[in-house]
Design a protein around this ligand. Structure first.
Ligand code: PRX
Length: 653
């Protein structure tokens, strides 16, 4: 092995023995199976892992590439696969969800109870006229109701689009309009860090902005008891509607390609795109990755700390664990309330055995533990843990080592899972009972995924050489299209540069010269990753220039110890360049503005003013220079092509 050999961590014997993928030979055998009979590999899993109402006879249909179809003539229902089949298999009394509120209050829901709730919600949706194929937007906090709402949509064949509770009225409005939603499910508010925050008032504002007249019904969950205005004829308390509904509801059998959900995510240009996912292929990989990547077993307690507003919360909260018949923890709050020991306390209390979180959370909890002994994981009994995961951004080796040692007690493999909203499920990840781990590397492709690294022409580069991450063959849980914009789907993911044959992930990668292990080197487009949240620089720029004082803005990322990347905005005002107190006040005003336009997660950490931006003579903004300025680096390269080199001094931090 390579020079990295001494840094490799091998899976514990006990885990290998009972693992779904027991050892590297088993992993290689799966890879080989998929290589030799690609369709057969996926079809076998699809038959074994899902219940089909009507079996499929075709597997992969490439006739309209890159609009690929999987299992197209098969019929199933996702909610049936997640709930009814568990109940039918004797798991009705098994706990499906252990819900812990922000205030620490715990409630448990069994599979039978969850099925009843989902049926009532499904009937409630039907009662207000929602039909198969309609879109429903869900703007809810982390809650049992959020999962119930998603499952209820799936049950009746309505396509949901969950909007993260931290997004602004404007962002919600844009998604309501773009998806053409007929109904909105929201709550009066949400609890986070001991505070009650409003949601329904934001939803009201979104609906009043215009463009979402298709929304005829708003169902409101009661959570905080905060004051809300109910619009007669449009708004109803969901509990009241559900109370009148039966707790059974025949699932709507849909084709495998039926759109289960749209999830809006940022790209390098334009407004966020509605990533459309399928029913059959999506669910297949949700379940398969629960088995292979998380090695889920009947006695496991699974906890994914993501929010249902992101794809991780879709695949590894709302669908994967339920379709696997697992018990999972769902958490409403934040990792630092009432103190930064919350995660460790919860792992201890609920005997969590598989824990899946983001590097940002780990890095901030390292800082907190360094500052305050009391919240260090060593103070808690974390012996229930057997597997841990990481997702959303690269995990730096130091954070990896800390997580491994202090949380996992040196005995739990860490699965560093690389994937995206568009991929639906894990793409490159260790198998916990097989893959020797290298901190900072997501290691090798999920069995069946044909990932590789190419140059600008689409030619594979040798191991050891950096390049562009691509996927060679379509996979079942992949994005089907960009909602309402098939051209954008093609140009974003199957660009002509690669003759439309390779899926472009948008990330750079390098494979270790000897092991072939992948390391993700970061986005190669104008997408930022702040605390694992994906944001387009253009989106933030558009928000800034929408402010009456702003003439021009350019946004770049800068490495940040805690959040991975931080947002830096270079702004030219219509009036004179502000200094002193005026600059401080304007920075505050603009940051608040972006928070209101997009959501607090998009607020720039650093805003700098110039009389202009560094531009070439043809007027192109030189972002490379801005990135250097953002990092505080000296500009050493030739700036003679700049129209206005003097401007650089103004833009230094
Ligand atoms: O840049 C990669 C990064 O997150 C992007 C996808 O973001 P999103 O669609 O929001 O989905 C996040 C959760 C799946 C990728 O293009 N990313 C995600 N996981 C990793 C990662 N970068 C490095 N290592 C990872 N494990």
């Amino acid at each position: 092995m390579s020079e990295n050999a001494q840094k490799l961590y091998y899976p514990p014997e006990a885990l290998v023995k009972n693992a779904a993928v027991p050892g590297m030979e088993a992993y290689q055998a799966l890879v080989k199976q998929a290589e030799e009979d690609y369709e057969g590999y996926w079809a076998n899993h699809a038959r074994k892992l899902l219940d089909w109402h009507k079996p499929f006879s075709t597997v992969l249909d490439e006739s309209d590439a890159p609009f690929f179809k999987w299992f197209a003539d098969g019929e199933l229902n996702v909610s049936y696969n997640c709930l009814d089949r568990q109940v039918n298999n004797g798991l009705g009394d098994k706990v499906a969800i252990i819900f812990e509120g922000d205030d620490g209050k715990v409630s448990k829901v069994t599979y039978k109870e969850l099925l009843g709730k989902v049926c009532k919600m499904a009937n409630a949706l039907k009662s207000v006229g929602v039909k198969c194929g309609d879109r429903v937007v869900i703007y809810l906090p982390m809650s049992v109701e959020g999962i119930v709402a998603m499952q209820a949509c799936a049950r009746i064949g309505a396509t949901h689009s969950v909007v993260f509770g931290g997004f602004s009225a404007q962002s919600l409005r844009d998604r309501l309009e773009s998806s053409g939603a007929v109904a909105l499910i929201t709550s009066d508010g949400q609890f986070r860090g001991g505070k009650a925050l409003p949601l329904k008032p934001i939803a009201d504002e979104a609906l009043s902005m215009g463009g979402c007249e298709a929304v005829k019904n708003v169902l409101v969950v009661k959570r905080t008891g905060g004051e809300v205005t109910m619009v007669a004829g449009r708004d109803q308390w969901v509990e009241e509607v559900m109370a009148q509904q039966p707790d059974t509801c025949e699932p709507e059998w849909v084709g495998a390609e039926h759109p289960l959900f749209l999830l809006y995510t940022s790209g390098s240009t334009g407004k966020p795109k509605g990533v459309q996912h399928s029913s059959g292929g999506y669910l297949l990989q949700a379940v398969l990755s629960m088995q292979y990547t998380f090695d889920i077993k009947p006695d496991d307690v699974f906890w994914c700390t993501a929010d249902i507003g992101w794809v991780t919360g879709h695949t590894y909260i709302a669908y994967g664990p339920l379709a696997s018949g697992a018990t999972q923890v769902v958490f409403e709050g934040v990792p630092t309330y009432p103190d930064a020991g919350r995660f460790w306390q919860m792992i201890q209390n609920h005997k969590v055995s598989i824990f899946y979180t983001a590097p940002t959370a780990i890095r901030s909890l390292i800082k907190a533990a360094d500052a305050n002994e009391k919240v260090h994981p060593k103070n808690y009994d974390l012996s229930s843990l057997r597997i841990m995961g990481s997702v959303g951004e690269p995990i730096n080796p130091a954070a990896w080592e800390w997580y491994h040692e202090n949380v996992g007690g040196g005995r739990c493999p860490i699965v560093d899972t690389f994937w995206q909203t568009e991929t639906g499920a894990h793409m490159i990840t260790p198998m916990p009972g097989a893959t020797p781990l290298l901190p900072g590397s997501c290691t090798l492709p999920f069995p069946g995924i044909q990932a590789t690294v190419v140059d600008e022409t689409g030619t594979e580069v040798p191991w050891g050489q950096g390049g562009i991450l691509v996927v060679k063959r379509p996979w079942p849980s992949m994005i089907r299209t960009v909602w309402g914009d098939p051209e954008r789907f093609k140009s974003s993911y199957y660009p002509a540069d690669f003759q439309g044959k390779l899926y472009l992930a948008g990330d750079g990668a390098i494979r270790d010269a000897e092991t072939g292990y992948f390391t993700i080197t970061g986005r190669i487009d104008d997408v930022l990753n702040v605390s694992g949240h994906r944001m387009g620089t253009m989106e933030i720029e558009s928000a800034l220039v929408a402010h009456e004082k702003v003439a021009e803005a350019a946004v770049v990322g800068r490495p940040d110890d805690t959040t991975g990347e931080a947002i830096v905005a270079f702004v030219v005002l219509k009036g004179p360049r502000p200094t002193g107190d005026e600059a401080v006040a304007t920075i505050k005003e603009l940051a608040a503005w972006v928070g209101k336009e997009i959501g607090p997660i998009a607020k720039p950490k650093d805003i700098r003013f110039g009389e202009n931006l560094p531009k070439t003579r043809s007027g192109k903004i030189m972002r490379r220079l801005l990135r250097q300025l953002a990092k505080g680096e000296e500009i050493t390269q030739d700036t003679s092509t700049l129209e206005n080199p003097a401007i650089l001094d103004q833009l230094k931090g």
